[in-house]
Structures are given as structure tokens and as C-alpha cells.
Write a protein that binds this ligand. Structure first.
Ligand SMILES: C[S@@+](CC[C@H](N)C(=O)[O-])C[C@H]1O[C@@H](n2cnc3c(N)ncnc32)[C@H](O)[C@@H]1O
Ligand SMILES: [Zn+2]
Length: 285
């Protein structure tokens, strides 16, 4: 079921008085939003954005990083009460809706995916009132947003006092969803991002997995190193890559799928990504 209860006119903040198959219209100020894929669209999306395919994901499917993300979201969802309002920004095909099924979920993306409730770039226009949400989720989103500080600022304003902002961000991850891939963040940048928005850090965990890094290197050597070799050297390189993969597979039995640890206490500088939970202070500064 779609959740449109918190959507308001971005111009005058009145509830939309007229909703039909083609438009949402504000009776108070005349603002109108087009309907595409059955959801209201409040801003244009970049022409070079490649819409993602619907892929079934869950705690046991997808990359290891994604599976860890899924569990982090599930743990966070478990503490929400049924009245909690959750906003998922950059929700893609709405994969996480099932995780928040016990609460009230609103999913948005810059692209009008039919699985979501609305399409909007909150940097340009905001069809919500401030302090409307108990949890705002941005999972693997802010690295795709050039002006991420404005977006996170908006998200923080949408939180109720005591509400939480959940971020997952990759760090050691190759370019993806090009050309809409702009940033990687260190733990220091994430901590500062929280503080500059009046948020305190409840969780800032790093995800560490030396063998994922090794596998990435092996795959990269196969794809980009091997074609640069010839003759006997090529044969030797191929054999080396093959043996490295076997060793990596063997080590996985010992080291498993990596681990999460508080980012400021772990000494390992090779972090694959971060899980963050930031809390909005109850008293405004
Ligand atoms: C890597 S996908 C992550 C999708 C989903 N959160 C997940 O973890 O499966 C990044 C998403 O951010 C969306 N996005 C990019 N810029 C955005 C913006 N300014 N506002 C909202 N969504 C945005 C993209 O369209 C894309 O669906
Ligand atoms: Zn209006």
C-alpha cells in the first residue's frame, strides 16, 4: 500500500486537495505535480541516470556488503514502534519496504520507480514538513549525490527530535552507477557530517573484509592486467592469478565474510564501508 499521508505541497505546505491519474494539485496555492508510474513527481531527474533493474535482495542474497547492510537495517527496524514514520531516501526499487513493514514506510527516489511513494530530489524541493520522521534511511545513496551535504541537512531537518538518520556508505568500492558516482567518505568526514547537522553518533561501524579486497584485486588483475601480457609471461600471469584465487578461497574458510567493528576503535585502515546511526538532539542548539 502506498503511503502518502505525510506528503504536502512544497510551496505552501497544505495537504494536496486534488489527486487524479495525471496530477496532484494544491487547492490553496495552485502548485501541481505530475504523476508518472502512478506516483507524484516533484522534480526533474538527471537525463543520464540509468534506472536500476528490480533484483530480489534479502539478508542472504546480493554482495556481502549488501547482506551486512540488510542486517543493520533489520536490527534498526526491530526497535521501531508501529506508529514510527520511516523515510527511505534513494530507495531504488523499494527493496527495504519489507524490512519496515511493521512501521509506516515512505519510499522516495530521484527516479519515479513504481514501487515507491513519490519521486523528488529533496535538494531542489521538499514536499514534507520538518520534524515528520522518526527514522530517515539513506542506504548507499550519498556517494551518488554531488551536493550530499545539502541532502543530509534536509534529511536532518525532517527528523523529529530524538529521531535517527541511518546511513550506509561504501569506502573501498569501485566506481558504480557511473556517471552518477561522486564521493567516498572517511570516518572523520562522517563524524563531522553528523555534528554539523546537530546529530550525535550512536553507531559508526566499519565493515572489514581483507579477502573481499584480495578477490577484487584478483578479478582486476584478470580483467585489466592479463590482457597487457603476451606469450610466456601471459601463461605465468594466468597461472599466478589461478593459484591466488585458490588461496583466497581457502583463506575464506578461516576468515569468513569479514566483520563489523566500531570505526574509531579498529586499527584496520582498509574499510569496505560504514554503517552509521546518528541521533537528532532533542533540544535545538
Ligand atoms: C546505489 S542506489 C541505492 C538504492 C537502495 N537505497 C539500496 O540500497 O538498494 C542509489 C539510489 O540513489 C538514488 N538517488 C541519487 N540521487 C538522489 C537524490 N538526490 N535524491 C534521492 N535519490 C537519489 C538513485 O536514483 C539510486 O536509486
Ligand atoms: Zn500549495
Amino acid at each position: 500500500m502506498k503511503n502518502d499521508t505525510l506528503i504536502v505541497c512544497p510551496q505552501c505546505h497544505a495537504k494536496f486537495s486534488h489527486i487524479d491519474e495525471s496530477h496532484w494539485k494544491c487547492g490553496k496555492c495552485g502548485y501541481s505535480a505530475q504523476v508518472i508510474n502512478k506516483i507524484p513527481v516533484f522534480s526533474d531527474y538527471p537525463a543520464n541516470l540509468q534506472p536500476s533493474e528490480k533484483i530480489e535482495r534479502c539478508a542472504e542474497q546480493g554482495s556481502i556488503w549488501r547482506r551486512f547492510n540488510w542486517k543493520f537495517l533489520e536490527q534498526t527496524a526491530a526497535y521501531l514502534n508501529p506508529e514510527a514514520e520511516v523515510l527511505d531516501i534513494g530507495a531504488g526499487r523499494g527493496d527495504f519496504k519489507t524490512i519496515f513493514a511493521r512501521s509506516r514506510y515512505t519510499g522516495l527516489d530521484i527516479y519515479p520507480y513504481p514501487e515507491l511513494d513519490l519521486a523528488v530530489d529533496l535538494i531542489k524541493v521538499c514536499p514534507f514538513n520538518e520534524e515528520s520522521f522518526d527514522l530517515v534511511v539513506m542506504a548507499n545513496v550519498i556517494e551518488h549525490v554531488y551536493d550530499y551535504r545539502t541532502l543530509v541537512g534536509r534529511a536532518a531537518k525532517l527528523l523529529k527530535p530524538g529521531g535517527k538518520l541511518l546511513l550506509t556508505v561504501p569506502f573501498l568500492l569501485k566506481l558504480h552507477q557511473e556517471p552518477v558516482d561522486f564521493h567516498r567518505y572517511t570516518r572523520y568526514a562522517l563524524e563531522q557530517l553528523a555534528h554539523e547537522n546537530g546529530l550525535t553518533v550512536e553507531v559508526l561501524d566499519g565493515y572489514y573484509n581483507p579477502l573481499a579486497i584480495l578477490d577484487e584485486g584478483i578479478g582486476n588483475a584478470w580483467e585489466f592486467g592479463l590482457p597487457k601480457t603476451k606469450g610466456f609471461v601471459r601463461l605465468l600471469t594466468k597461472t599466478g592469478i589461478f593459484i591466488s584465487q585458490k588461496i583466497s578461497n581457502g583463506l575464506k574458510r578461516v576468515l569468513g565474510n569479514g566483520y563489523l567493528a566500531p570505526a574509531f576503535s579498529d586499527k584496520n585502515p582498509n574499510v569496505l564501508g560504514y554503517h552509521c546511526l546518528f541521533v537528532k538532539e532533542s533540544v535545538k542548539r
